[in-house]
Design a protein around this ligand. Structure first.
Ligand SMILES: *Cc1c(COP(=O)(O)O)cnc(C)c1O
Length: 460
């Protein structure tokens, strides 16, 4: 046995024990660290050591310096941004994938990566109720996934761009509440910010299909070329659900690529009572959902599906001679569908999660989170000092103190400064709104109730 694996085995056992304790109960850590920018950098050496150090010293600094500077995303009282859960089976899958260090460039470069990615995404597709024709591929994030969707849409609308460049007045549509990654994706693909149309929404923050049609008509009259529309199922700010069916109708009428962004809320579609959120999604050209948000999987793992894999492939395939294999005609080479050539073994952690919990386990956790959301919504509605500002379809509750934006900001700062919970904010209808986003696998009703008490105590 080499010294380095000997060290690994000893430290590895210690680390697994630490992880188990951490996953059991991270509540002893403040959710948000009390520090200023640069604090940690100042405490770390400015250059790497010339001589190797022992793992004990590294681990000791991890506990002493690094952990106190961490925002605990995996904390049961992390209620900011969007849900995130790194579950024990997910962590184990991640460990094994680091050890194998395989790379799914082409099928031959690691058959297990390519085939497991196909199998786990097919399992997930079935849970979500999406049709068999949807081809699945894993990207790191929904933001990178939408770059692929927009590039495929461009390939469908104007295949010459691939060789000649220039996107020749293509215009893209998404609701004013769509995630910023849509616009960023359009920037990256060369569509240009000025060609992104932000479509108005109704009182529940859902895209108005009539306004979408009007915007497309106006662009066509102006000589533009509408090519892509993004429908959001579970917006980041408010958890609203765009009406996918009428949007699909408009997309079909004008020949647009339809991308469904279900990054946060998608997993809820595995529940029969929430299946409606993906009604019409079978007509989409592509769809993304993030198991690294609300499906118990460590970051990063974003599941992308497309009904038109041949177009995605046309947009991204470019095979250098040294990567040609004798199986090319019969195997899927995932690099052909992706900007990244090197692709790590992400499906392994999702496979662990799906097998360990099964549909029933995952559904139970999602239902519990949705019930917690309803509990907070009820508490808000019952308290005359607060008002709710959006319907609650999932586990995200948007509310505000009935006072000034400044008072709401102060309230949120007070709650977060306790280290007992971390919530974030957004702006809806021009007003500051507090977001209570539930979805960690360890969150209990006691956590929810104590955070609500803390909010009430922090009100002016
Ligand atoms: C979180 C989120 C994104 C971005 O996801 P990343 O994986 O962090 O890039 C995009 N769209 C929606 C609706 C989201 O909730």
């Amino acid at each position: 046995m080499s010294k380095s694996t000997d060290d690994f085995r000893r430290a590895g056992h210690e680390i697994v024990d630490w992880i188990a304790d951490y996953l059991d109960n991270p509540r002893k850590f403040p959710v948000l660290p009390d520090m200023q920018p640069g604090d940690l950098t100042k405490r770390l050496p400015s250059s790497a050591p010339a001589k190797g150090e022992c793992l004990d010293a590294i681990l000791s600094d991890f506990h002493k310096l690094v952990v106190p500077a961490v925002t605990h995303w995996n904390h049961p009282r992390f209620m900011a941004y969007f849900p995130s859960s790194s579950s024990p089976p997910g962590v184990l899958g991640e460990m094994l994938s680091a050890a194998l260090n395989t790379n799914a460039i082409v099928w031959k470069s690691s058959p297990a990566n390519t085939e497991m990615e196909g199998v786990t995404l097919s399992w997930l597709r079935q849970w979500l109720g999406l049709p068999e024709g949807f081809f699945g591929i894993i990207y790191d994030t929904a933001s990178v996934a939408v770059v692929h969707a927009i590039a495929a849409a461009r390939e469908m609308a104007d295949p010459e761009v691939r060789t000649k460049g220039g996107t020749r007045s293509l215009t893209l549509y998404a609701s004013e509440h769509a995630h910023s990654s849509i616009e960023k994706g359009a920037i990256a693909v060369g569509i240009g910010q000025e060609n992104v149309r932000k479509i108005g929404t109704d009182s529940e923050f859902r895209m108005k299909p009539g306004l979408l049609r009007e915007a497309i008509e106006a662009d066509r009259q102006a000589g533009k070329k509408p090519f892509c529309v993004v429908a959001t199922v579970g917006t980041t700010s408010a958890g609203s659900v765009d009406p996918v069916i009428p949007i699909a109708e408009v997309a079909e009428e004008y020949g647009l690529w339809l991308h469904v962004d279900a990054a946060y809320a998608g997993p809820a579609a595995i529940l029969p009572e929430r299946r409606w959120i993906l009604e019409g999604a079978e007509r989409a050209h592509s769809l993304v959902t993030n198991p690294h948000k609300w499906l118990l999987t460590p970051s990063d793992l974003s599941a992308f599906y497309t009904r038109r894999p041949e177009i995605l492939r046309r947009a991204f395939t470019l095979v250098p001679e040294y990567l040609r294999t004798s199986q090319d005609s019969v195997a899927t080479n995932l690099m052909d569908y992706s900007l990244a050539m090197g692709r790590r073994f992400r499906s392994l952690k999702l496979w662990f999660v799906m097998r360990y919990y099964g549909w029933e386990g995952v559904a139970g956790i999602l239902r519990r989170d949705i019930a917690f959301g309803e509990r907070i919504a009820k508490a808000v509605d019952a308290d005359p000092r607060f008002e709710r500002v959006a319907p609650v379809h999932f586990s995200l509750v948007c509310f505000r103190y009935k006072g000034s934006d400044e008072e709401n900001r102060t309230l949120l700062d007070r709650v977060n400064a306790t280290g007992k919970a971390f919530l974030s904010h957004t702006v809806l209808n021009g007003r500051y709104v507090i977001r209570f986003a539930i979805g960690n696998f360890n969150t209990t009703q006691q956590d929810i109730d104590e955070i609500w008490d803390l909010i009430c105590q922090s009100a002016p």
